[in-house]
Design a protein around this ligand. Structure first.
Ligand code: RAM
Length: 508
């Protein structure tokens, strides 16, 4: 039965595939990298010429130029050439694209990360005839583009233009300018945040247009929220929700990420905390779009995820066995039991609210008692009254992750939780987030508790630091004290335009 529905959802998702908006962008300067230990990741960009100094003149046989687009581009590089003389040997062009100066400066052959090297952006074009325009067939995400030609042919090469045919499903015409009362930093955070989101809005919400170019449920949750306050592309969210529903396994469990595919999308990694939040994302979608029929159609999927998650309880408490992937955050040594428990409670709360919103209360009759039982059991197991925090693990670890999710799950009365969150923000000796994903959860939960000033200040300090360090788009991984940090073994594989790093603070 499930299989039939999955095929229908896959077809509905296909019908909602967006028309991408194209914009042709030209390079603005010719640059080179320069080592400088005083700057972020040790490399900076120095402009050395304007494109007009290079364009429309005969180039030497061997040449290399790096073009800066002055902004982040997601699209297809388009290079215009003219060849003069007999085309006596193929034209061989090496191309490298980079999001950051450090990536641009690095020799990709020294890459030592765990993820596929093929994510690093390079191309080799060999033309047998003198074509006037080379349009790269693959989509890239970059600000810098390096061209290199090593030749001993007889013809002359003239470079006419270097452009990028950018693509996005985001429509900037609906964006409201930010109010006057915001300062320059707020404007920068707003603009860079929107650029990050728009760059990730392609045929689905992608986590990052350089890597993994994939739809992840945890990333979608944050993207969808940012999108409701900006581009308001409800259909793209609906399409993504349908893609997850269509990729469910025979038990009805949806994966943490999906790959496009026919007759239905293919399941990628199973990510416990992502799947269980399907109902939360669906509720946000119904509230934002008003599409109750869509909510009703997918409600069984949301309910099924909570049922599957509840199998992991023992005496009303969650215990992470490590036999599956419970993500929560990229943070080494993070104890995840308390956060995992709270995420399940939160998903029950949100699925219950969704049922109420849609008049489907009878489907969630047991939820209120279940939530209460889990809250009490969780409080007894993880709340340390002398420390005033939720702890997790044998060493009673105090982390932002545990407090944030306990707050989402309303594990304490509102006033006490507000006080806990405010206190936590000042602590230095606790396990801090591994990066923007969890900082964003903190911003969201502060807003839930009407701690708007705190959410605003955190947004300015954390995202503001990236602005100060020269970000064009917000980064997947960011720890101000560890510029070379990467959960994948090499910082050049990090994604520097990453959906989960779009600030969720709603400037109004
Ligand atoms: C990485 C990606 C993605 C994230 C998962 C958990 O592969 O950065 O955005 O959701 O991890």
């Amino acid at each position: 039965m499930f299989y039939q529905e999955e095929l229908r959802w896959a077809r509905e998702a296909e019908a909602l595939k967006p028309h991408l908006i194209h914009e042709m962008i030209s390079t603005v300067s010719v640059v080179r990298t320069e080592e400088d230990s005083a700057v972020w990741q040790g490399w900076k960009i120095r402009p050395i010429a304007s494109p007009e100094d290079i364009f429309n003149r005969e180039l030497p046989h061997t040449w290399e130029y790096t073009f800066d687009f002055g902004r982040f581009c997601v699209g297809f590089p388009v290079l215009d050439f003219e060849f003069i003389g007999l085309f006596d040997a193929p034209f061989r062009l090496e191309i490298k694209m980079a999001e950051t100066p450090c990536e641009l400066a690095r020799d990709f052959s020294s890459y030592h990360g765990d993820l596929g090297r093929s994510w690093l952006q390079e191309a080799l074009i060999v033309e047998d005839v003198a074509v006037s325009t080379i349009r790269l067939p693959r989509r890239y995400a970059f600000r810098y583009l390096k061209l290199r030609v090593v030749g001993n042919f007889t013809y002359k090469v003239i470079l006419r233009n270097v452009r990028c045919d950018t693509v996005s499903a985001a429509d900037w015409s609906v964006i409201q300018p930010l109010g006057e009362r915001y300062d320059e930093l707020d404007h920068a955070i707003y603009r860079i945040g929107l650029t990050t989101l728009a760059s990730c809005m392609q045929e689905s919400f992608e986590d990052g247009p350089k890597r993994d170019r994939r739809l992840w449920l945890g990333d979608l949750r944050l993207q969808a929220l940012a999108n409701y306050n900006s581009f308001r592309n409800y259909n793209l969210v609906k399409r993504c929700l349908l893609m997850f529903a269509a990729a469910a396994n025979e038990e009805g469990e949806i994966p943490g990420c999906v790959y496009p595919g026919t007759p239905r999308p293919k399941a990628g990694n199973y990510t416990f905390d992502y799947s269980v939040l399907f109902g939360d994302i669906l509720l946000d979608y119904v509230n934002a779009s008003g599409d109750e029929a869509g909510g009703r159609a997918l409600f069984p999927v949301a309910r099924r995820q909570t049922e599957i998650a509840l199998r992991q309880l023992e005496n009303s408490c969650f215990h992470y066995t490590g036999n599956y992937w419970l993500f929560v955050d990229w943070k080494e040594g993070l104890e995840r039991d308390c956060a995992g428990h709270s995420i399940i409670i939160y998903s029950l709360m949100r699925t219950l609210a969704l049922a109420q919103r849609l008049g489907l209360e009878s489907e969630t009759g047991e939820y209120p008692a279940l939530i209460e039982r889990m809250r009490n059991a969780g409080y007894r197991k993880w709340f340390d009254t002398s420390l005033g925090y939720f702890t997790s693990g044998r060493n009673r670890q105090i982390s932002w992750a545990s407090q944030i999710w306990a707050a989402f799950a309303k594990m304490l009365p509102k006033a006490e939780m507000r006080e806990l969150l405010k206190r936590l923000l000042k602590e230095t000796d606790v396990v801090l987030p591994g990066g923007p994903f969890l900082y964003n959860q903190m911003v969201l939960v502060l807003e839930r508790y009407e701690l708007h000033e705190e959410a605003y200040r955190l947004t300015r300090s954390f995202w503001g630091k990236m602005v100060e360090l020269g970000a064009d788009t917000f980064w997947e991984i960011f720890d101000p004290s560890a510029p070379m940090r990467s959960p994948y073994g090499d910082p050049i594989i990090n994604s520097h335009c990453h959906a989960w790093s779009t600030p969720t603070f709603h400037f109004k």
